[in-house]
Design a protein. Structure first.
Ligand code: ZN
Length: 149
């Protein structure tokens, strides 16, 4: 999170490049933003997560703020602990798919669905951004799975 990172510029740039400049959770592209994305500790610093590349992920301000210091959530119905999507361990396309119109992220798995909810990946404001980006052909990101219908 902001303010207390000792991660070098070189490592931060490596994280950005590895992520193809996408938020590794909501797949927003940093290239069209005015504000730089955050280098997120997948396992929070406060829980002993390190500053190495294997524990870092690129996250937009919103996803970073919603994730806070969590690596899992507790399902209300069952009380089971469900891990949040881990960009270093999990494949985005395995856990998420874009709706046919490209505007919503749909969880394909328990992890995917829990993460969509916990990080509010379909928050209100993002729809208009996705729609505008789609109009000019830069959304969804190349290679992302899209529901056939
Ligand atoms: Zn995001």
């Amino acid at each position: 999170m902001a303010g207390r990172s000792k991660i070098s510029d070189q490592v931060q740039e490596e994280v950005r490049r590895r992520a193809s400049y996408l938020c590794e959770y909501c797949h927003a592209s940093e290239r069209w933003q005015y504000v730089s994305f955050t280098v997120d500790h997948v396992k929070p610093f406060s829980l002993g997560g390190g500053d190495g590349l294997e524990n870092l992920a690129l996250a937009c301000f919103h996803c970073n703020r919603r994730k806070t210091n969590r690596v899992s959530v507790v399902a209300i119905k069952t009380g089971n602990e469900i891990p949040l999507f881990n960009p270093r361990k999990d494949d985005w396309g395995e856990h998420f798919v874009w709706s046919a119109n490209g505007l919503s992220i749909i969880g394909r798995t328990l992890i995917g669905r829990a993460t969509v909810e916990a990080l509010a990946l379909n928050r209100e404001r993002v729809f208009s951004i996705r729609a505008a980006d789609k109009e000019i052909g830069r959304h969804p990101p190349l290679g992302d799975p899209i529901q056939s219908n």
